[in-house]
Design a binder for this molecule. Structure first.
Ligand SMILES: O=C(CO)COP(=O)(O)O
Length: 253
């Protein structure tokens, strides 16, 4: 893998200003693991405060509205999160696809607005359990991605993929190394086909779904796994840093 492993904490709807001490601890410790790129995506309300704390780690957002500024009560657009200090945005997360009925067209519009605002995108994909049990996981995930990949003119600079099987999110159940390797290599083949091998090789494919300090090293040593998108275990500096250590060990192994 050409790039350093990328460990991203998705705080989801968690965190008040009390969490800033965790962000500070993560940032200070991350300086000891320079072989790993570390970032967090706090809720909108903390982006600017975490950005001000962060010397080493990257800061991003968990979503953005696709429109320009205007009459959209309660919404936050891509240029606003960039102004708050975000360098990337997570788009297409299964929780948003489900809770907010996000369609491919809406996700694509968000991608376009994020790219225009100069942000990098972590584009999420992942299948529900019934789809995996029906043997259709790969087709489902590749279809999710095919809709969006052509929007990235400079994928090496702007795109990270996160494969998160829905049944592994927050459940304590992770996919097997074989399943992860098979899906990641199918995604890699699609990236190669879309962008050519050279540009594709610079796009990291993260795994997400119950990544914890005790399974991080094995998951991160799986072929084509370029990092992890971490939910629950990113909420304390101790467990999140345990995953960063696992990534650093997998990188050295
Ligand atoms: O959805 C996830 C990250 O975006 C994964 O969440 P958990 O690590 O809590 O399973």
């Amino acid at each position: 893998m050409a790039e350093r492993p990328y460990i991203v904490g998705n705080w989801k709807m968690n965190g008040t200003r009390a969490m800033l001490s965790e962000a500070r601890a993560i940032d200070r410790a991350a300086q000891r693991y320079m072989k790993v790129e570390v970032a967090v995506a706090p809720p909108y309300t903390l982006i600017h405060a975490v950005h001000k704390e962060a010397e080493q780690i990257g800061v991003g957002a968990q979503d953005c509205h696709p429109g320009a500024e205007g009459a959209h009560t309660g919404d936050i657009n891509a240029s606003m999160i960039a102004d708050a200090g975000a360098k990337f945005v997570i788009l297409g997360h299964s929780e948003r696809r489900q809770d907010h009925s996000e369609t491919k067209d809406l996700i694509n519009a968000k991608i376009e607005s994020a790219l225009e605002a100069g942000l990098r995108v972590i584009l999420c994909c992942g299948e529900p359990l019934e789809t995996r049990d029906a043997g259709k996981a790969e087709r489902y995930v590749l279809d999710q991605l095919k809709a969006a990949l052509p929007l990235f003119e400079d994928p090496a600079e702007r795109l990270t993929i996160a494969y998160e099987p829905i049944w592994a999110i927050g459940t304590g159940r992770t996919a097997t190394s074989e399943d992860i390797a098979a899906m990641h290599s199918a995604i890699r083949a699609l990236l190669n086909e879309t962008y050519g091998e050279e540009a594709s090789s610079l796009v990291r494919i993260l795994y997400g779904g119950s990544v914890k300090p005790d399974n991080a090293r094995d998951i991160l040593a799986t072929p084509e796994v370029g990092g992890a998108l971490v939910g629950g275990a990113s909420l304390s500096a101790e467990s999140f840093l345990g995953i960063v250590v696992g990534a650093s060990e997998a990188e050295e192994a």
